[in-house]
Design a protein. Structure first.
Length: 687
C-alpha cells in the first residue's frame, strides 16, 4: 500500500487508505478521518507558557513539510506543520500515518527560535471543540438512538477501589492515558491514548452535550488530580524543546480490537519486561491471614498447596508460596526455615515490599535510620516534598519516598540483595503510586513524577535482572499506575479483591474494560488472591461465592494465587475438590485473558466473558464464563452465540465444566443461575 500526499495552496494532507490527515493552513485546523466511519475534526494544539494559554489557531503564519517516516510501525509519512506564534516562539504539530495501520500518531512540540529554554506543565497536542461535533462516530445501522455513544473512563492506577466506567453520552469524563468513544451495539469505536510515558501524565477529557457526538476532546500532558493521587500541580517541564506525549488515535469496527491494538502499539514502542517462565500458580498470605502472618500459617499453606500440586495445580511443575505484608512477624531464622520448607515441597518462595512508601509519621522520620545506608540518611531525608519543602500528605497511610534520592537507591539495593540471597524468586511491590507523585525530587534533572518513577523502577529491574542474579525473578506490581509499563511481569488489575461476591464483581469490572492490558503492557493480569472460603477478618462465603471467585480468576489472564488460611478445614476441602479439576486448570495454565461480551455496563462488570481456544485435538472451541452477581436472587441468563462471533444457526456441544453436564445448543445458551452462581462452559461445534 502506498501513502498518498496532497499538497495544495491551502491544504496539506497524508492518507494511507485507511486514515486521512488534512490540515487547513489558513486557520490551522486539522482533521483526522477514517473513511466515512469516524472523524476527529477542528484539531489544534495548545501550551501554557508564562501564565498564558497559546493555541496554534492564533499563529501569525504557518508552513509545512511532508516526509517519509519509518520506525517500529514500518514505512509511513509524516506531515509537520510549523506554527510561528511570534518572533521567537514556534509550535510544531506532527501527524504520522503508517502503511496498513488504522491509527495516526500526533505530537506537539514547542521551541524558541533563539534556543532559550521554555517551561510548562501543560501541553495538549489535541484540543478540539465544535458544537456540531469535534468527534464523530457513525452508527452502523444509522439508528444512533438504538446504539448510543459511550466514552470509556480508564483510571490512572488501581488504588482506592477505583472502577473503570462506560459513560453514556451526553456526559463528561476525564480518563487517564487511554480512552475510547464507541457504540457497544455495533462495537464501532475510536480508541486513543498516549504511547509515550517518559515524562507526562496524560489526561483525556471527553465532553458531549448532544449525545450523538462529542463536542469537546482534549488530550494533554500535565494531568494531576485525585485520580493521579497528586496534591500539587503536575511538575513543570523545561528545556530548549518541549515535547508533548505522543498520542495514538485509531478507529475500528470493534472497539475491543482498537484497545488491543493500542496496547500492542505501546508494547512495540516500549516492550514489556520479558518473562520466559511459567504462569504463576500458588498462594499469597494477605487475604488468608493479613497482619497475623506466622511461620505456621505459611508452612501449612505450603503443605496444602503441595497436596493439590501433585494433582495438577501448577504450570510445568512451578508453584510460588508468597509472603505478603507483615513478613517481619517472622524472625530471620523462621523466614530461612520457611524458604527451606517450601523448596522441599517443590515450590518457590516469594516476598513483599513497598519501595516508595514510608509507614510512619513525618515528625518521627528524622529518628529512623534508613536500612542499607550505613547511617548516612534518616527517613526524613528521603521523604518527597513540595516546592516549599513541606512533606507531601500521606497516601493510603504512607508517606511518599523520593525514588531519586541516593538513600532510597541504597535502601533498594540492600533490600533486594537480601531477598536474592535469602532465596526468594518472586516479589510483590506494593503502593507503587507513591513513586509517581509530583514533588521536588532530589535529582534536578527529574522534573515530574513519571520521570521519578521510571528512574526508581529501572533501578529495581537492573538489580533483579536474571543476567545479574543468575535466575528468573518474577516482579509483580500491586497498587500501581497503569503506565509506564516495562518494569514488571504482572500487575494487579484491580485494588484488593477478597472472596465475597462483591469482590468478584469489582475485579471483573476491571477485566471488562482492562482485559487488553494482559500480554501487551504486562505479561499477566493479576485478579488478586483467590479466596475459596474465607478472607482474613471476613465472613465465610457460600460455595457459589467461592466458586465464582475462582472462575473470575481463571478468566483474567492470569496469576492464580490462592488466598485462604489452610488451617481452616473447609478451605482445605474446597481446595482439594476445586484445584484439581483438569479442564479448569488448563484454562488458567494457558495464561490468556477472556473478552467481555458487553461493554455498556456503567461502573458494573459484564456478566459474560469468553475466549476462543483450541482443543488438544486441534479443534476450535469456545470457553464461556457467565456470572450472577445477585447474592439473594436466582437469575436467568441468555448468551447469544452469534454475538460471540460464532456462525448463525450452527449447533454446538455445550459442557458445563464444573458439573460435567452436556447438552446441544444452537443460537443461544439459556441458563438458570442460583444466587451468586457462575458457570464455565465449553462449546464445541457439532459436525
Amino acid at each position: 500500500m502506498t501513502i498518498a500526499r496532497t499538497e495544495q495552496e491551502r491544504f496539506a494532507a497524508i492518507d494511507n487508505g485507511q486514515v486521512r490527515v488534512e490540515v487547513d493552513l489558513a486557520n490551522g485546523s486539522a482533521s483526522i478521518a477514517w473513511l466515512d466511519e469516524a472523524a476527529v475534526q477542528g484539531i489544534e494544539s495548545r501550551i501554557r507558557l508564562d501564565g498564558r494559554l497559546l493555541t496554534t489557531r492564533e499563529a501569525r503564519e504557518r508552513s509545512y513539510r511532508i516526509a517519509d517516516a519509518s520506525g517500529v510501525f514500518g514505512a509511513g509519512a509524516e506531515l509537520t506543520v510549523q506554527h510561528r506564534m511570534d518572533d521567537r516562539l514556534e509550535i510544531m504539530q506532527r501527524f504520522t500515518v503508517h502503511e496498513g495501520m488504522r491509527a495516526c500518531l500526533v505530537q506537539a512540540e514547542a521551541r524558541r527560535s533563539d534556543g532559550e529554554a521554555i517551561a510548562s506543565n501543560y501541553i495538549a497536542p489535541i484540543y478540539c471543540a465544535d458544537e456540531a461535533g469535534a468527534l464523530r462516530l457513525e452508527a452502523e445501522s444509522g439508528d444512533s438512538e438504538q446504539d448510543p455513544l459511550l466514552a470509556l473512563f480508564v483510571p490512572f492506577d488501581n488504588d482506592k477501589w477505583v472502577r473503570y466506567e462506560s459513560v453514556a453520552m451526553p456526559g463528561r469524563t476525564e480518563s487517564y492515558e487511554a480512552s475510547a468513544v464507541y457504540r457497544d451495539g455495533s462495537r464501532r469505536g475510536l480508541v486513543f491514548g498516549s504511547v509515550a510515558h517518559d515524562t507526562w501524565k496524560t489526561g483525556i477529557v471527553i465532553d458531549s452535550e448532544a449525545g450523538q457526538a462529542v463536542q469537546r476532546l482534549e488530550i494533554y500532558g500535565g494531568a494531576a488530580s485525585e485520580y493521579t493521587r497528586d496534591t500539587i500541580p503536575h511538575g513543570i517541564v523545561s528545556g530548549t524543546v518541549l515535547s508533548s506525549p505522543v498520542i495514538w488515535l485509531g478507529a475500528f469496527g470493534d472497539y475491543r480490537d482498537g484497545l488491543l491494538a493500542f496496547g500492542e502499539a505501546n508494547a512495540r514502542i516500549e516492550p514489556p519486561l520479558a518473562w520466559e517462565g511459567t504462569v504463576p500458580f500458588g498462594w499469597n498470605s494477605w487475604s488468608a491471614v493479613g497482619a497475623e502472618l506466622s511461620f505456621d500459617s505459611y508452612v501449612r499453606a505450603s503443605d496444602l498447596i503441595h497436596e493439590v500440586q501433585q494433582q495438577g495445580f501448577h504450570d510445568q511443575g512451578v508453584v510460588y508460596l508468597n509472603f505478603d505484608s507483615f513478613w517481619t512477624n517472622l524472625t530471620a531464622e523462621e523466614r530461612r526455615q520457611a524458604v527451606v520448607h517450601v523448596n522441599r515441597n517443590g515450590q518457590k518462595a516469594g516476598t513483599y515490599w513497598t519501595p516508595f512508601a514510608y509507614w510512619g509519621k513525618s515528625e518521627e522520620a528524622g529518628n529512623r535510620i534508613v536500612e542499607g545506608t550505613d547511617g548516612l540518611y534518616t527517613y526524613a531525608d528521603l521523604l518527597l516534598r513540595d516546592g516549599e519543602g513541606q512533606v507531601l500528605p500521606d497516601l493510603d497511610g504512607g508517606l511518599a519516598i523520593d525514588p531519586t534520592h541516593p538513600g532510597c537507591l541504597m535502601r533498594v539495593e540492600w533490600t533486594l540483595r537480601n531477598f536474592v540471597e535469602e532465596g526468594y524468586e518472586y516479589v510483590k511491590l506494593d503502593f507503587m503510586a507513591h513513586g509517581t507523585l509530583e514533588g521536588k525530587h532530589h535529582r534536578p534533572d527529574i522534573q515530574t513524577g513519571i520521570q521519578a518513577y521510571r528512574f526508581g523502577m529501572a533501578h529495581i529491574c537492573g538489580l533483579l535482572d536474571p543476567a545479574r542474579i543468575g535466575r528468573k525473578f518474577f516482579i509483580h506490581l500491586s497498587i500501581a499506575p497503569l503506565f509506564p509499563h516495562p518494569y514488571a511481569h504482572g500487575r494487579r488489575i484491580s485494588c484488593d479483591a477478597f472472596g465475597e461476591l462483591k469482590d468478584t464483581e469489582y475485579m471483573l469490572n476491571s477485566l471488562t474494560y482492562g482485559w487488553w492490558i494482559h500480554d501487551t503492557l504486562y505479561r499477566f493480569n493479576d485478579p488478586d488472591h483467590t479466596v475459596l472460603y474465607k478472607s482474613y477478618n471476613h465472613e465465610p462465603t457460600t460455595e457459589h461465592e467461592g466458586r465464582s471467585r475462582l472462575n473470575a480468576s481463571l478468566i483474567a489472564g492470569t496469576l492464580l494465587l490462592m488466598g485462604d488460611d489452610f488451617r481452616e478445614e473447609e478451605a482445605c476441602r474446597r481446595a482439594r475438590a476445586w484445584l484439581t479439576e483438569p479442564a479448569l486448570l488448563a484454562i488458567a495454565r494457558k495464561g490468556g485473558t477472556f473478552l467481555p461480551l458487553a461493554g455498556n455496563t456503567g461502573q458494573r462488570a459484564a456478566d459474560v466473558f469468553y475466549r476462543m481456544d483450541r482443543s488438544e485435538e486441534g479443534e476450535d472451541i469456545v470457553h464461556v464464563a457467565v456470572f450472577n452477581y445477585d447474592g439473594e436472587l436466582a437469575a436467568g441468563k441468555s448468551v447469544d452465540l452469534e454475538r460471540l462471533g460464532l456462525p448463525a444457526g450452527a449447533a454446538y456441544r455445550c459442557e458445563e465444566l464444573w458439573t460435567k453436564k452436556v447438552r446441544d445448543v444452537s443460537g443461544r445458551v439459556e441458563l438458570q443461575l442460583a444466587p451468586a452462581e457462575s458457570v464455565m462452559l465449553r462449546l464445541e461445534r457439532l459436525a
